[in-house]
Design a protein around this ligand. Structure first.
Ligand code: R5P
Length: 298
């Protein structure tokens, strides 16, 4: 037997998973006490069941992590046969190293904490660095949605050139380029670890008249994308489209991107939020349901 528990899922994610897997859906009861503490309650019996928790890690990352911890522990207490957490956006993934002496390696703590609750399986989407998942141990899976997004918009891209805004994004750019049958290139970005300021090394890019598809895992403040887009517009790009897994779009990111010449942002529904109008959201729940079915997790 198997059940799907919807905790704080992105819009469309729970419905999509439930209808693709033809599973029984239940909504976790949750509230905040007046002092800010989190309360959750599982509204169904789970003893002997394989349970999939559909959740995500943004916005309000800390609350989302606490909710996940409480729910996983409760499901285990109540005798669930197996528990799988689908967390399309994994927060804290960018702090995967001690960049400056004394810093916390945040993703290590988050993943080890989830593993310590006897969570059986964890599924994430395009985590910042896949190697981080080794902190969870066996049973963690990363699903890449970028080629799927690319396929969905392929017919609208005239003469595309795929571009990684930094070396860290080159594997993602190559995968998108393969899906589009397009050439790819990369820029070299540097981020000041103290101020967060981003700079891009000047480079010749043959972008004249092209639709440039900038590929990345995350748009946070939009600084990386805006800088890359201005560079490409100067190099003669006709259109600039951002293809990203997680569009956090913090603060005035939309304005920054529009002013830099970004025509549209294409992303997956990995966050529990409404998106600004520059963002086009593609539902990836079917892709994730297929992955869950293939792995036999439910
Ligand atoms: C960093 O390496 C990530 O892949 C993204 O490029 C970064 O998080 C984007 O952040 P922002 O939008 O604030 O420049």
């Amino acid at each position: 037997m198997s059940k799907v528990l919807c905790l704080t899922p992105p819009k469309g994610m729970c419905d999509g998973i439930v209808s693709s897997l033809r599973a029984e859906a239940h909504f976790v009861e949750k509230k905040k006490f007046p002092d800010g503490e989190t309360y959750v309650r599982i509204p169904t019996t789970v003893s002997g069941e394989d349970v999939l928790v559909v959740h995500t890690g943004f916005p309000e990352q800390n609350d989302r992590i606490i909710e996940a911890m409480f729910v996983i522990d409760t499901l285990k207490d109540l005798g669930a046969e197996s528990v799988t957490l689908l967390m399309p956006y994994m927060p804290y993934a960018r702090q995967d190293r001690r960049f400056r002496e004394g810093e916390a390696v945040s993703i290590k703590v988050v993943l080890r904490t989830l593993a310590s609750l006897d969570l059986d399986y964890l599924i994430v989407v395009d985590i910042h660095k896949e190697y981080s998942l080794s902190e969870f141990g066996n049973g963690a899976f990363n699903v890449t949605v970028l080629p799927y997004l690319a396929e969905r918009v392929k017919d609208e891209l005239e003469d595309p050139l795929v571009l990684a805004p930094d070396r860290g994004a080159t594997l993602r750019a190559k995968a998108v380029a393969a899906a589009l049958g397009a050439p790819w290139d990369y820029l070299e970005k540097r981020r000041d670890r103290v101020t967060g300021e981003v700079t891009i090394k000047p480079k010749e890019i043959s972008a004249q008249g092209k639709t440039v598809v900038i590929v990345d895992d995350i748009i946070s403040t939009g600084s990386t994308l805006a800088l890359a887009a201005s560079h490409l517009k100067r190099a003669g790009a006709k259109k600039v489209i951002a293809l990203v897994s997680h569009a956090l779009m913090i603060g005035d990111a939309e304005r920054k991107l529009r002013e830099a010449g970004v025509d549209a942002v294409v992303t997956a529904n990995t966050l529990a939020r409404e998106y600004p109008s520059i963002v086009r959201v593609i539902d990836v729940s079917k892709l994730l349901a297929e992955f869950i079915e293939e792995k036999g997790l439910l």
